[in-house]
Design a protein around this ligand. Structure first.
Ligand SMILES: Cc1ncc(C[n+]2csc(CCOP(=O)(O)OP(=O)(O)O)c2C)c(N)n1
Ligand code: SF4
Length: 291
């Protein structure tokens, strides 16, 4: 080891990354890596036992997160991160199960899984990187793409209504809902930390630049320009009604914590029902013995 290496302090985030896989595949200016940095800080600040944190991703540029974090992680099939995560959580309730995936993965092909997990209040934490398109496959329109945006499948601009993600997940039953952007690294890390402490279906939307396929096609500049844009147009409105936080191409981005409420989670409800029905005959199964 050189003297210089010995003197260089290790980045505290490195302990949560598979450094042997770096450099990563993300483009310069992409916001996904920035969000992972916030996530690592949240893990440090939450002081939770990271041996009990599992990460589940679907497919997409965001899906690659599962391969870079040094946690037990699953890079699953497209749209199916939520069912994998649900199975993990029910089989081993001790785990803090985090789904880390893209807007297309979670709200297009995986949309049904997401709303039903929220409805059931499965105790999983969902981090949705919303770059407003399907990035990995070439920048197609997603259910989140705002009106008038040019995409590879809408070269004259999109015209169909986009999902307002916080409104959708609140209506479906989520107990924690927040939105930040890749510019708000500290607020994002705090929200992630809060989410770790929350029981029930929790959701953070992270608006994130895809300079390669979204910003460039829409003449919105590079990653740095997008950070400036986020800074200029974001307004923190904690407690805002989620029906008022829909996104447009260049209008205000409302950020903050919108929902924080209590509701029995799926496992508690199942447990209570079995106890009621079976009485003394009910034997609760514990987490698998391999832990
Ligand atoms: C069953 C199936 N259908 C389609 C695809 C192709 N595909 C891979 S990633 C992706 C979209 C990814 O978009 P998003 O979830 O928003 O993630 P991003 O790349 O933007 O991070 C699609 C359609 C696939 N891998 N599997
Ligand atoms: S294509 Fe877009 S989302 Fe994918 S790595 Fe590049 S900048 Fe990020």
């Amino acid at each position: 080891m050189s003297e210089l290496t010995e003197l260089t302090p290790q980045n505290p985030v490195e302990q949560f990354l598979r450094m042997d896989r770096i450099p990563h595949i993300w483009c310069p200016g992409c916001g996904i890596g920035t969000s992972v940095n916030s996530f690592a800080h949240a893990l440090i600040d939450a002081k939770i036992d990271t041996r009990n944190v599992a990460i589940v991703s679907g497919i997409g540029c965001t899906g690659r997160v599962a391969g870079y974090v040094k946690q037990d992680s699953f890079h699953t099939t497209h749209g199916r991160a939520i069912p994998f995560a649900t199975g993990l959580k029910l089989a081993n309730p001790k785990l803090n199960v985090v789904v880390y995936s893209g807007d297309g993965d979670l709200f297009a092909i995986g949309g049904n899984h997401l709303i039903h997990a929220a409805r059931r209040n499965v105790d999983i934490k969902v981090i949705c990187i919303n770059n407003l398109i399907y990035a990995m496959t070439g920048g197609q329109t997603a259910p989140t793409t705002p009106n008038d945006v040019i995409t590879s499948t809408n070269p004259y601009g999109t015209f169909d209504a986009a999902f307002n993600l916080p409104y959708l997940v609140e209506a479906a039953g989520a107990v924690y809902v927040a939105r930040w952007t890749a510019f708000h690294v500290r607020q994002l890390a705090r929200a992630m930390q809060e989410m770790f402490a929350k029981k029930g279906f929790s959701f953070i939307e992270v608006l994130s630049p895809c300079p390669t396929l979204y910003q460039r096609r829409n003449k919105m500049g590079d990653g740095l320009d997008t950070m400036k844009f986020y800074k200029e147009v974001s307004k923190v409105r904690n407690g805002a009604s989620t029906k008022d936080v829909a996104l447009t191409k260049s209008g205000e981005i409302t950020v903050g914590k919108f929902v924080d409420r209590e509701r029995s989670d799926y496992r508690e409800l199942m447990h209570d029902r079995l106890l009621d029905s079976l009485g003394d005959d009910y034997v609760e199964t514990e987490a698998c013995s391999c832990q």
